[in-house]
Design a protein around this ligand. Structure first.
Ligand code: AHG
Ligand code: MN
Ligand code: MN
Ligand code: MN
Length: 334
């Protein structure tokens, strides 16, 4: 790769995906075009997130989604941006969004062979405070012979051909995998292009940060509370872990991928499977974590091995560095 002074040779995301396509059989021309269309939606959403306060996009849309959450104006707008662009790409067959009760089946003529599951705006409760939010996506290929059916998105997470997220923060960062490692790109606002800035993101084997909504600990099951106690009061007298919890999965996972440690949203005594949705939160983040050399588990099962039964199903999540996540798994065995 090029040295620090070679910034006259920018590696844009489109060029990188195409070049990557030569190594990965799945990254065909069609997938590259679809991913390019996803990057366009991210630029569009980033633009709205940045201007939200100025163009009256803050606040509630007045509707609730299928999960019973109050939709924000930006949830609704981001969803529309994604649906329109993914349909127009001509590369999709089935779309599943957090903000829509039912899947969208793309009509013949516009139909392609990929299915996209997405969380148009993750962490939207943080929007009004200007905290980082993001978009999460997972991509499947339709099964052989299918014209696009619900079963095409109710496949094991391990069947995904690509996954990623864009984080709208101090900068706009796209992190993506097509099954051969994880790369990160930063939006250059002047060029309007995502530039490769984080090549081959690899999780440290061990970290020193934990990221849980510990306010829920009275509902957590014993293995989880025992694990948390073990890292706050290390038996060997070593330094306790630091707590970092933003409450936007995208931001919490982004930090975990870069710095290591563990992110968790467990199932608990109140909500059996926790809060995070498997198709557009659990699976994409699990694929990225594994591709970066980490582990993603429910505590007792590899997340990517799960075959969902419905599109808005939830899943307990522990993901991050091998050391920490293996400890959580051990506490669940004990
Ligand atoms: P969304 O904004 O897409 O509904 O997702 C919110 C999720 C996720 O971003 C985050 O990890 C989690 O909710 C935080 O939940 P708590 O507020 O219960 O900690
Ligand atoms: Mn929501
Ligand atoms: Mn979300
Ligand atoms: Mn959301």
């Amino acid at each position: 790769s090029e040295g620090p002074n070679s910034n006259t040779n920018l590696q844009t995301v489109s060029r990188h995906i195409l070049e990557d396509g030569h190594n990965s059989p799945e990254a065909s021309g069609d997938l590259s075009l679809l991913l390019t269309s996803v990057t366009l939606t991210s630029k569009f959403i980033a633009n709205n997130v940045r201007k939200a306060r100025l163009i009256n996009l803050i606040g509630l849309a007045g509707e609730t989604n299928v999960q019973g959450e109050d939709q924000k104006k930006l949830d609704v707008l981001s969803n529309e941006i994604m649906i329109n662009s993914l349909r127009a790409s001509g590369k999709t067959a089935v779309l599943v969004s957090e903000e829509l009760d039912d899947p969208v089946f793309i009509e013949e003529g516009k139909r392609g062979k990929y299915c996209v599951t997405f969380d148009p705006l993750d962490g939207s409760s943080n929007i009004d405070a200007g905290v980082n939010v993001g978009t999460i996506f997972g991509i499947y290929k339709v099964r052989d012979g299918s014209k696009g059916e619900i079963e095409d998105v109710l496949q094991e997470g391990s069947k995904m051909v690509a996954a990623g997220y864009t984080m709208y923060g101090a900068s706009t960062n796209l992190v993506m995998t097509t099954g051969s490692g994880v790369n990160g790109y930063t939006l250059d606002p002047a060029l309007g292009e995502f530039i490769l800035t984080h090549e081959n993101i690899t999780l440290p084997e061990k970290g020193n940060i934990y990221s849980f909504n510990e306010g829920n600990s009275k509902f957590f099951h014993e293995p989880v509370n025992k694990y948390l106690d073990s890292i706050k009061n290390p038996a060997d007298g070593s330094k306790p872990y630091s707590a970092r919890y933003i409450g936007s999965m995208v931001a919490d996972v982004h930090r975990t991928l870069l710095y290591g440690g563990i992110f968790g949203y467990p199932g608990d005594k109140k909500t059996k499977d926790g809060k995070l949705r498997i198709l557009y939160e659990g699976f994409p983040m699990a694929m990225l974590t594994e591709q970066a050399g980490g582990i993603a588990t429910t505590g007792t099962q590899r997340i990517l091995d799960i075959k969902p039964k419905s599109i808005h199903e939830r899943v307990p999540v522990f993901l991050g560095s091998k050391h920490e996540v293996n400890q959580v798994i051990d506490f669940h065995k004990a």
